[in-house]
Design a protein around this ligand. Structure first.
Ligand code: GLN
Length: 200
């Protein structure tokens, strides 16, 4: 079983766990204490409120743990506020985990009323259109060359990948479609195969 943790300090934890629960071969775990992170195969940083999440990461003393795992190649996926946590630059504010070479604009689409749902194809993730839910969403306004853009909507980057790191502005855990979760699970599987090859 693949152990995929969902950081459970605040935000959309239950929704991610519920999606992971529907994928065969995955054991979803809610992770909060340092020791919970010990044998994870993958980690999801959920949406919520990034300032609060950043403070809680400090209070629970989890920043170094997550940074260390990321540097050792653990696949980590940040959705919405989780993407803000991953970013190296947060539009005029202090960044949090400083892991991904992206610059993000918080609340880039405006306030809660500017939340919306749309249908899009994300070629690397799903050939069919899938529902994308944006809630007070950030977008990526700059990426380095080593970041692969997965989806751009109206000149705003809303999904990107950099090696073991995946970021989405939107909330696949709130849509009735498992494609992005399945994509992340496949990424976790691939990283374990790579690790085995290196160990041999
Ligand atoms: N606007 C929130 C923030 O800046 C993110 C919103 C979300 O995760 N749905 O942290």
């Amino acid at each position: 079983m693949l152990k995929i943790g969902v950081l459970s300090l605040q935000g959309g934890v239950a929704e991610h766990l519920k999606m992971l629960d529907q994928i065969t071969g995955v054991s979803p775990l809610s992770v909060k204490k340092k020791e919970d992170f010990a044998d994870l195969d993958g980690l999801i940083l959920p949406g919520g409120e990034s300032t609060t999440l950043g403070k809680l990461l400090n209070i629970f003393d989890l920043k170094d743990t997550i940074i260390d795992l990321a540097q050792r190649g653990l696949p980590i996926w940040g959705t919405c506020a989780g993407m803000i946590l991953l970013a190296k630059e947060v539009d005029g504010e202090d960044s949090h985990l400083n892991l991904m070479d992206i610059s993000v604009k918080r609340n880039g689409y405006g306030n809660q009323l500017a939340s919306f749902k749309t249908m899009e194809v994300i070629p690397k993730i799903a050939e069919q259109e899938i529902p994308l839910v944006f809630i007070r969403a950030p977008y990526i306004n700059q990426v380095s060359n080593n970041v692969q853009v997965l989806l751009e909507l109206d000149s705003k980057i809303v999904a990107a990948e950099q090696n073991n790191l995946l970021a989405t502005s939107f909330h696949p855990e709130l849509a009735e479609n498992l494609s992005v979760h399945q994509y992340f699970v496949n990424k976790v599987k691939a990283s374990m195969t790579d690790a085995l090859k290196i160990a041999k």
